[in-house]
Ligand binder design. Structure first.
Ligand code: URA
Length: 431
């Protein structure tokens, strides 16, 4: 078999066989197929797509390039959740302790921020000492003992995905539905998930900008999950505006802790309760969504969700005094609240512009491996549809550099658009 023939076949919109896909993925993972050929292939896939069968074969081939985790000796059902990425999405920090407190053990491998979208690992590292580099043995032991783990992904799981993703990132081939679907699902399958709740984001601050594309991505991932024998559900949720108010690592941890105490912004709390309820139903701890939702609400109201978050932090060597006293978390030197320049209804709070401004402030990385500043970010005070008077606080900037603060002020102001006419609020989820 020759790589050039596989590239040409995809260029000519033909369907690849299972053997061709395995040859390509294995050859690329081993370094036998060079990056320039893999880039050409990825571009052909981006332009010409893949059939559902090809996407499933690709997913299974990628997950087979490394170890696969078997959690069947630890939990009765290995449940996982995945968000396709967004701005202000700190859902995992609330949902996981809540479902674990409801008796559904959950071990999750999370990622770092990617472009303008934040990552759970970066948020957790705002807590001094918190370790994300658990060994497989530590991961399993903690899942057994604590019922909850949040760690980084081991390099041995689906290594071809990491390699292909890095290449896609620099060759303009990220926004391809089959490539995104296989990337996400290969990691979930390799990490041993038997039941998966997918939170597919759509809108201005998501990979998928339209409902149609998000629905197609969700559909493909659910189909892959089912073909691979995993129970999979997908939610479609809004990412036109940031989720909750906080954007930036320590600020988001503070907001998540507030939510675990029963506070926090309404949209964020509602989002967390819904995702938690889906997990409890899929993980067979609740018969239906009403019962599951009540269980999740109770875990917040009785403090057991927060107690589980504390247990997690202690188990992973984090200093729990920062969770008990979130005011101790990294704080920026410069904090400025910017007033609204207009009166009217909020028409848009552009999630991507805000995510990009947060990266420029230091909350994310321009290049892989760059250090990040856990203290910086924004608190966005309003949601689309809110009525605002000129002079009311619009957003608060947390910065460690005056020049960057001035730049962020401009960018975040530009992310807010107003209307004289009333504007309906955005939905949280789409059907
Ligand atoms: N998240 C992933 O893990 N992979 C993609 O391709 C896009 C988002």
């Amino acid at each position: 078999m020759r790589t050039i023939d596989i590239i040409t076949k995809k260029r000519e919109k033909e369907e690849l066989t299972k053997e061709e896909i395995i040859f390509f993925v294995e050859g690329f993972a081993k370094g036998e197929i060079p990056d320039y050929q893999a880039s050409a292939w990825a571009m052909a896939v981006l332009l010409n797509g893949m059939t559902p069968r090809e996407t499933t074969e690709l997913t299974l081939a990628i997950s087979a390039t490394g170890d696969t985790l078997d959690l069947s000796d630890v939990v009765d059902i290995a449940i996982d959740k995945h968000s396709s990425g967004g701005v202000g999405d700190k859902t995992t920090l609330v949902v996981l302790p809540v479902v674990a407190a409801c008796g559904l053990p959950v071990g999750k491998m999370s990622g770092r921020g990617l472009g303008f979208s934040g990552g759970t690992l970066d948020k957790l590292e705002s807590i001094p000492g918190f370790r994300i580099d658990l060994t497989t043995e530590e991961f399993k032991q903690q899942l057994r003992d604590v019922g909850m783990v949040l760690s980084g992904q081991s390099a041995d799981l689906a290594p071809a995905d990491g390699k292909l993703y890095a290449l896609r990132d620099v060759t303009g081939t990220v926004p391809s539905i089959p490539l995104i679907a296989s990337s996400i699902m290969s990691k979930k399958i390799a990490a041993g998930a038997q039941a998966i709740v997918l939170d597919v984001k759509l809108g201005l601050g998501a990979f998928m900008n339209t409902l149609e594309d998000a629905r197609e991505l969700a559909h493909q991932m659910v189909a892959i999950g089912e073909l691979a024998g995993r129970k999979t559900v997908a939610l479609l949720s809004d990412m036109n505006q940031p989720l909750g108010h906080a954007v930036g690592n320590a600020l988001e941890v503070i907001e998540a802790i507030d939510a675990l105490h029963g506070g926090g912004p309404d949209d964020f709390r509602e989002h967390c309760l819904h995702v938690a309820a889906e997990m409890l139903v899929l993980g067979e701890r609740a018969e239906n969504m009403n019962i599951a939702r009540k269980m999740a609400e109770d875990a917040i109201a009785d403090g057991s969700g927060f107690a589980k978050f504390r247990e997690l932090v202690i188990a992973q060597d984090g200093d729990v005094s920062y969770v008990d006293h979130p005011e101790k978390l990294p704080k920026a030197k410069l904090i400025e609240t910017v007033p609204s320049p207009h009166s009217g209804s909020l028409l848009e709070v552009h999630a991507r512009y805000i995510g990009e401004a947060a990266v420029e402030l230091g909350a994310g990385r321009a290049q892989k491996g760059d250090p990040i500043d856990h203290a910086v970010g924004f608190v966005i005070h309003h949601k689309v549809g809110d009525k605002i008077e000129a002079g009311e606080p619009l957003f608060t900037i947390h910065a460690n550099n005056a020049e960057l603060l001035a730049q962020a002020r401009k960018e975040v102001l530009a992310a807010h658009r107003f209307s004289d006419a009333p504007v309906p609020p955005l939905p949280l989820f789409y059907m």
